[in-house]
Design a protein around this ligand. Sequence first.
Ligand code: ZN
Length: 418
Amino acid sequence: MTMNQQLNSLKEFQLVRLTGDIHPWGVRRHAVHRRGSLGQVGQRQRPSKDSVESVSALTQMIRLPITIEIRAGALNDLSSILASQGLSTSGNIGVVVSPGSGKAIAQRLAPVLPNARWHTVTDCTLDSAVQLAEQMRSGRYDVVVGIGGGKIVDTAKYAAAQIGLPLVAVPTNLAHDGICSPVSILDSDAGRSSYSVPIPIIVIVDLDVIRQSPSRFVAAGIGDTVSNISAIADWDLSHQETKEPLNRLSITMAHTAAQSLLHHPGTLQDDGLLTILAESLVVSGIAMNIAGSSRPCSGGCHEISHALDILFPGRNALHGEQVGIGAAFATYLRGDSEMAGRIAECLSRHSLPITAAEIGFSDEEFAQAVLFAPQTRPGRYTILEHLDLSLDTIRDAYADYVKAASSVNKNHVELVKI
Ligand SMILES: [Zn+2]
């Protein structure tokens, strides 16, 4: 059974968990963050031991997608997928697209979706999402379909939740694990905020569409998924040091997603690898939904990436590229040189960066980001908070990491601790 089939069978498993910050068809705003990126789910109060034990399993529910479609040409079957799943037999749907690539998709699909109304959004601001919701409120749609990159899907997620409609996500690239996450990240005057929204009811990944996106926006998804390994190690460390509760189901899913890619021999030109990547991104999103936070997919690796975003605005690379480097370095700091080597080798195999210099940051800038990283996510305990390194120590550790990373190639799978 493929992961795709396993996911489809999961719809039978309707154990839905109401954590208090994820509402089935509503929106809950989290604390405002300085700046952030995907995976930065709003800060939550760590549940006490008592509160965890007081929640009966019978009252917990986890909302899952009812199906996922990952294959070439899947988008052409949008109408029949919605009808077969009982979401829309009339085709009365609101479709959200970008003005660029979305326009071409709209022109291609319009003849087979005669009852659809097309909405164009140009940014991922809260204002745009609210405006979109108002536009769609009068449409009497059966469902909202978001076709585009992360910004379009996030805006559509929020608007759909505002008007109480399910959201079908159709990502046009695979750059990060937000395609099936219960989070919408939007900008406003207060900065970038994350909002809890329902996870998409269906995810459609058309491999023909994905192949048309820049390869960098596909490879980055590998970095984001592989970073789960470091995030899970951080969660486990926190459990040991602070007694933070673990969710083993969430960990299993996030870990399986990462491992599927870590050792996959394929290239981004192969449908096989693209399918595994899309599946892994969906599974990562579900793992976050089960955990009720980004914990299984976001640790010190993401703190480092958030710090680069905050300290060097406008110079940041893709989220998946930054968290990939963060994951390899955090794993190196953790003393697991073998796993650090495997992560670096995987990144390198897909032409992803493994050092800060490859994405335009000096060693000193990267060290400054690592020092600042714990401040980006107060309350999250990772290897960075655990070691509480000084700037000098970070400089030395990163210099050692870079020396070790320079030896990484397809035949070398261990970053020897210097
Ligand atoms: Zn991420």
